[in-house]
Ligand binder design. Sequence first.
Ligand code: NCD
Length: 321
Amino acid sequence: MTRHLLSCSDLDTDAIRTLLDTAAEMHEVQRREVKKLPTLRGRTVINLFFEDSTRTRSSFEIAGKWMSADTINITGKGSSTSKGESLRDTVKTIAAMSVDAIVMRHSASGAAHQVAGWFDGEGVPTSVINAGDGTHEHPTQALLDAYTMERRLGSLEGRHIAIVGDVTHSRVFRSNLITLPRLGARVTVVAPPTLMPSGAAAWADHDGFTLSNDLDAVIAEAPDALMMLRVQRERMSGGFFPTPREYTIGYGLTRDRLRALTAANPEAVICHPGPMNRGLEIAADAADAASSLVLDQVSSGVAVRMSVLYHLLASGEGSPA
Ligand code: NCD
């Protein structure tokens, strides 16, 4: 395992498998009454979040705490960056307190890579974990998505997974696009033409990728999973679709589409990384359906982050749990 986790492209199939297998061990800890392992005792993990977050930040914090690490949260608004300090000075200041890992979310694509590059160049031993950088990547989300789907569906080898929605602005999508094929899944990317990235046609050259603008046609193919993406209005500078209602008509997982999906494949599951725009990209009936894995994704997220922290910080020191 590398020292940092910046992109899913750094994880080959074996590394993904190892992380998911350890996550399964960690998941057992979640079921215990006393959720505490000594694995990261004496280690310090800083969550440095320059963007809003509910689940990712608390998930990393819980993961660290359950493994006995000291975890501290710093948010952009509450940090000295709001007084004009540069990112470089902020992260070097934090690293100078001998922290073992910085879990970082930033609105700039490539921010985590940049910080890791500074640390490597200057011999700073702190690990950097990318918890979302702009529209680029969100590796632990893709890992937890894969983990959650595997638990319900079994192996993803040969499974058909449709990723639907605001592909252009989604870092979750980009990390999944790398990870799912490495686990043998076939991916269909479904988006309105205005939200399909301009280079997307090139993916069609790779085995196992299909692009579509027609969600109903993809549902009729009976996919094993629909991964709905949030419409990221905060990242949109112009009108990518005429009205929210038209988006829902074309690309929302409505009650009718839920029915069609279940008829086509009764075993099909629904994922969404959250936060959900209920009524926009996903209807309440779908979000709360028995086939929805949304809350399983959240609880699996802790186990996956425990696994990541263990492999980056302590895997040389014996078994995780
Ligand atoms: C995602 C994110 O922040 O990239 N959320 C998450 O981490 N669960 C997806 C999103 O915001 O739509």
